[in-house]
Design a protein around this ligand. Structure first.
Ligand SMILES: [Zn+2]
Length: 267
């Protein structure tokens, strides 16, 4: 019943109301169910709160060709704002490296954790997505409706694995970021793959789940992902989540997968 009400409101509430409701939703949910997470062992850089532990992701570990769950810790979800490890890595990066107030920011695939982060910092930003109703603009990342050199900071968090032409998307991101600006990118990567695996003949949700790890993923990235970033002309620095605050580190995913890696791309 609660799940149905949530889906209904997400579908029909006006976008502005929906965005404003996010902190209220977090507050109410945590007031009702947060008791078991009280404590100060772990820290969330998105909502700036501490907890005894993070929540465990409720997911069915179905069979894939890749054993994602061997590499991925599931007890990584913030019980307040819903952040994952990679969201906390980005929030930590923003705090340390980006003067957000003066920056023109574009956020793709805006998750609840980033809405919480930007609202608590009173930071203006533009969000874009092809599917998410909470985004300000519906946009195809392969053909963006923005001028060259328009943004100081762009976040592209787990988007490229859904996009047919990811090279075109990366070229677009490089086109619209200012010289000296930053595009922060994360994608699912399997370290056991030297080369990115994709196969356009895999189309059914079941087959994509088995081959790529999610029903709407079009590929699994391998260790050549950084080459793709270099190929479109980015200078790349990799931020490793294990270098962060010691209260964040214990709930990073394993080092072999993507969840603790943020690719900081500059032009
Ligand atoms: Zn949080």
């Amino acid at each position: 019943m609660i799940g149905f009400a949530k889906s209904f409101l997400k579908k029909y509430l006006p976008r502005k109301v929906l965005k404003k409701a996010v902190p209220l939703y977090a507050e109410i949910k945590y007031a009702l169910n947060g008791g078991e997470y009280k404590g100060a062992n772990v820290y969330c850089s998105c909502c700036d709160k501490s907890f005894g532990r993070f929540k465990t992701l409720d997911i069915d570990p179905l069979n894939h060709n890749y054993d994602f769950f061997k590499y991925t810790r599931l007890d990584v979800i913030c019980p307040y704002c819903g952040s994952w490890s990679r969201h906390r890595v980005l929030a930590d990066y923003l705090e340390k490296h980006i003067n957000t107030m003066d920056s023109k920011m574009l956020i793709f695939a805006i998750p609840r954790a980033y809405i919480t982060y930007f609202q608590r910092n009173k930071q203006k930003y533009l969000s874009a997505d092809y599917y998410n109703r909470m985004a300000d603009v519906k946009a195809d990342i392969q053909e963006l409706p923005y001028r060259d050199n328009e943004f100081d900071f762009i976040s592209c968090d787990h988007v490229l694995e859904h996009v047919p032409d990811d090279t075109k998307a990366l070229s677009e991101l490089r086109r619209i970021v200012k010289p000296g600006g930053v595009v922060a990118i994360s994608v699912p990567i399997m370290s056991c793959l030297k080369k990115t695996y994709e196969d356009g003949s895999v189309v059914s949700p079941e087959d994509r789940w088995r081959e790529f790890g999610q029903a709407d993923h079009l590929r699994v990235y391998g260790m050549d992902f950084i080459d793709k970033l270099h190929a479109v002309g980015f200078n790349v620095e990799i931020i490793d989540g294990f270098t962060l605050d010691e209260r964040i580190v214990p709930t990073m995913a394993a080092s072999e997968d993507d969840y603790n890696k943020l690719f900081i791309c500059k032009k």
